[in-house]
Design a protein around this ligand. Structure first.
Ligand SMILES: [Zn+2]
Ligand SMILES: [Zn+2]
Length: 378
């Protein structure tokens, strides 16, 4: 009797599992075949119904600061908005993506390079949830943010580690902060692990090594395909243990060109390079968009291949295309007419009177009759 009942129960469970499997397979198959995404849909249009790719993560170029827009099936979340002077950049970018309502606005921590633009964003768009860490700050920028939240009758949610929230068909889990960090604002950063199908992203504001250590100890899942490198690539973040736990394929660094902090730091770059992690930087590429269809990632650009193995080469192409038309520093030898990268050995031996610093593009220099050095090949 008991065995029969148990047998029936097992049969019912198996039948239910079979139904769920079919639903899952149909869902996945639909997504896998509906993968022909045009780049224009991602770059500009206001149509949120993109076939195939369900999740887009935009690392908006706000110079030295952080701002990420996440879209899952027409639902939006904004994490940080750069310095106050980037308010217009962020608002325009969101409008170009068709944002009218933000399901979540997260201010990771009260530093101005993260929350500066949030006051304007909150005043401009419909917002459902605002998340801030428990740590307050006494700056005018922080107080103005609280004013905007109050003016719109919004309540602040203080998320706790391990809590999960949904955004369209995606979900995210709070992985930080895990405790009180006193006056270290960076360590108070709200960190999330965003999941869509089999793909995942980790973004932790400016969390430093102490906060990373606590994330490791928390036992929460940290593994992700993409890591937004904490604190703009500073060596105060990104411990080898943390990078190993996340073991991303792609690392995004949000920092300004020639910033005063020397971000990203060499230690961080060396660590990422050593692990074979592909680094994408907003100071080199501008805004970076990564799309997920739940099974793989894609970066819009040259190739429309969905195959994740193709992504590396697509990224290289994007890197090269951007790098050739991005202005940077070169050293010109006015005597030989050659130009070098600043760290080229030959550039260092140029006599002071023949040495000239040039800021611009490679193309401009060639057009002006200068020749690229054969050693550093700028
Ligand atoms: Zn900070
Ligand atoms: Zn910062």
């Amino acid at each position: 009797m008991t065995t029969n009942m148990a047998g029936n129960k097992i049969k019912r469970i198996l039948a239910l599992a079979a139904v769920l499997c079919v639903i899952c397979l149909t869902g996945c198959a639909y997504k896998a075949t509906g993968s022909d995404v045009s780049d224009t849909a991602v770059q500009g249009g206001t149509d949120n119904q993109k076939a195939g790719f369900g999740l887009d993560v935009h690392f908006i170029d706000v110079g030295q600061g952080d701002s990420a827009l996440i879209e899952a099936n027409g639902h939006f979340m904004l994490i940080d908005a750069g310095e106050k002077d980037q308010t217009g950049t962020v608002i325009d970018y969101l409008k170009a993506q068709g944002v009218k309502k933000l399901d979540y606005v997260i201010g990771t921590h009260p530093h101005s390079d993260h929350i500066g633009g949030l006051e304007g964003v909150i005043r401009e768009f419909d917002v459902t949830n605002v998340m801030l860490p428990e740590k307050e700050h006494t700056t005018r920028i922080y107080e103005k943010l609280l004013d905007a939240i109050a003016d719109k009758n919004l309540k602040v949610t203080i998320p706790k580690a391990a809590e999960s929230y949904s955004l369209g068909d995606a979900s995210f889990q709070i992985i930080s902060p895990n405790r009180d960090y006193g006056d270290n604002l960076n360590n108070w950063s709200i960190g999330i692990r965003l999941e869509y199908g089999k793909t995942s992203f980790v973004l932790c504001g400016d969390a430093e090594k102490e906060a990373e250590q606590d994330m490791l100890l928390s036992g929460l899942p940290l593994k992700a395909d993409v890591l937004k490198v904490s604190h703009h690539g500073s060596s105060t973040s990104s411990s080898p243990e943390f990078i190993k736990a996340v073991s991303p394929r792609y690392a995004v660094i949000s920092c300004g060109k020639n910033n005063d902090y020397g971000h990203p730091h060499k230690e961080t770059m060396d660590l990422l390079n050593k692990q074979g992690i592909k680094v994408l930087r907003t100071d080199q590429l501008g805004t970076i968009v990564i799309e997920s269809d739940g099974t793989g990632l894609r970066i819009p650009g040259q190739s429309t291949e969905q195959n994740t193995d193709q992504m590396g080469s697509s990224l290289d192409a994007q890197n090269q295309a951007k790098e050739t038309d991005t202005s940077r520093e070169y050293i010109i030898n006015t005597n030989t007419g050659k130009f070098h990268l600043p760290d080229c050995k030959l550039a260092k031996s140029i006599k002071e009177e023949n040495r000239k610093l040039y800021k611009g593009t490679r193309e401009e220099l060639i057009n002006e009759g200068f020749e690229p050095c054969k050693s550093c090949n700028p």
